[in-house]
Design a protein around this ligand. Structure first.
Ligand code: DC
Length: 248
């Protein structure tokens, strides 16, 4: 990968006049609600929003479409190192939060297919792939005023983040959300298949050797199984305020 451009916010860092947390890490398992929370929080704060999962998904999509076997670690790592991933403001009004380009191809929706879901855990477990992605993510976060969402943001990518949130929900509820998302896009999906894929992904993401999904020791856990997005946002905004940083 050569570069990732994040242009989702025009906010410029000025810590002298803005005492809010400058880096907010949001981690959690698939479909826990972390992207919705992170995106909305970033918009309300005027911060940059960066969903790091799109990078691992773009590499997985590229491997699948270029006939690179996802179990070939060396080939997938080489692909990750040369793939040009860009994340830009939405270029099409179709409900997307941003546009993702992989070597110039708009893959925003192509990276959300069940096929990518089925392979992305394998790809994201490769140390070389993670090295390439994490280096890029740290460069993007260096300017501050960012809400970065993923699995290892609070533990590995930004261990000194000013606020760390860990968003969780039961696996059944998360599978139900993912199943609804796929249906809303007009694609076929069987709930039991989605649930099985979700359990598999949880297993791989939590037990891989490099940067497994886990709660950072200084993270605040938000459980979204029974809370709607407004409830979760309320809690997150209160946490931002508690650190001496009112939300406008
Ligand atoms: O959040 P998501 O479902 O879009 O993430 C896709 C995959 O990428 C997920 O299975 C784990 C991986 N991932 C990761 O390992 N580290 C991150 N910071 C973000 C995502």
């Amino acid at each position: 990968m050569k570069a990732a451009q994040l242009l989702t916010s025009s906010a410029s860092p000025n810590p002298a006049v803005d005492p809010r947390p400058s880096t907010i890490a949001v981690d959690g398992p698939a479909a826990s609600g972390k992207s919705t929370l992170g995106g909305t929080l970033a918009r309300r704060l005027g911060y940059l929003y960066f969903d790091t999962g799109v990078m691992y998904r773009a590499v997985t999509w590229a491997a699948l479409t270029r006939s690179v076997p996802t179990d070939d670690e060396a080939a997938v790592t080489a692909l990750a190192e040369r793939l040009h991933i860009e994340v830009e403001p939405p270029t099409v009004e179709d409900g997307r939060q941003y546009t993702v380009l992989a070597d110039g191809v708009d893959v925003t929706w192509l990276i959300r297919t069940p096929e990518v879901d089925a392979h992305v855990s394998t790809v994201s477990a490769y140390p070389g792939v993670r090295r390439a992605m994490v280096a890029q993510q740290r460069r993007v976060a260096a300017a501050g005023r960012i809400v970065m969402v993923g699995r290892d943001i609070g533990t590995v990518v930004l261990p000194d983040a000013d606020l760390k949130l860990y968003v969780d929900a039961s696996v059944e509820e998360r599978a139900r959300r993912r199943w609804l998302e796929v249906q809303e896009r007009g694609e076929e999906a069987d709930y039991d298949d989605v649930l099985a894929s979700m359990r598999h992904r949880d297993e791989v993401d939590s037990h891989r050797e490099v940067s497994p999904l886990r709660v950072a020791k200084d993270a605040v856990v938000l459980n979204t199984t029974a809370l709607d997005i407004e409830g979760v946002l309320d809690r997150a905004e209160r946490l931002v305020e508690e650190r001496g940083c009112p939300v406008d």
